[in-house]
Design a protein around this ligand. Sequence first.
Ligand code: ZN
Length: 235
Amino acid sequence: MVKRNYYDDSYLRHLSAKVTAVDGEWIELDRTIFYPLGGGQPGDTGHFVAPGGDTFKVVDTRKGDSSDTIRHQLETADHGLSPGDEVDTEIDWDRRYKHMRMHTSMHLLGSLIPVPVTGGSVGAEKSRLDFDLGDHQIDKEDLTTRMNALVAEAHPVVFGTIAETELDERPELVRTMSVQPPRGAGDIRTVRIEGVDYQPCGGTHVNNTSEIGAVRVSKIENKGKRNRRVHLLLG
Ligand SMILES: [Zn+2]
């Protein structure tokens, strides 16, 4: 079972870890700070430094076939690493930190539009969240103003867990219809933005909404009679 250090501390940029499996350019570790693609958030990139000092780029991170493995994709299969090797790992922090700020801003956006979320995608430069809006009305300028107010109010973001059985009894906590939290591992991670939002979520987030900085709803796109796609930009 890989230890997911990005959950204990999403701000950790460096970590030394042991190689546990090698499959061509795909490397598994005993612990990792690399977030694997999932929940609309991209996999982390970065690099590994091998015991001999060679540096290899990590171009993507994915979940393994089983829920207890994470696969790091190196730029080459010609890396010479084998199980047992200790590697120094480092994520591309600028990219990840943007993902954390964007991801947290998506929770703010979701809290302002009390209808089902049908999809979403987090990117370093732009993000989007899809809503099954029905008769609910939304406005670009109004959402931007209210999101920036939530940023300025500096709400703490706190993490916890919820038992699968409790979540089954409180299905209203799951806002997204397309992305259900991962099941089968017992407790599910929760994210609470104090006074704003509470839901199960497996992504990486900032510790306080003030870190998001300026955020802007750049476009609201019509995706059918009931559905709207809301685009977000940072800065
Ligand atoms: Zn989240």
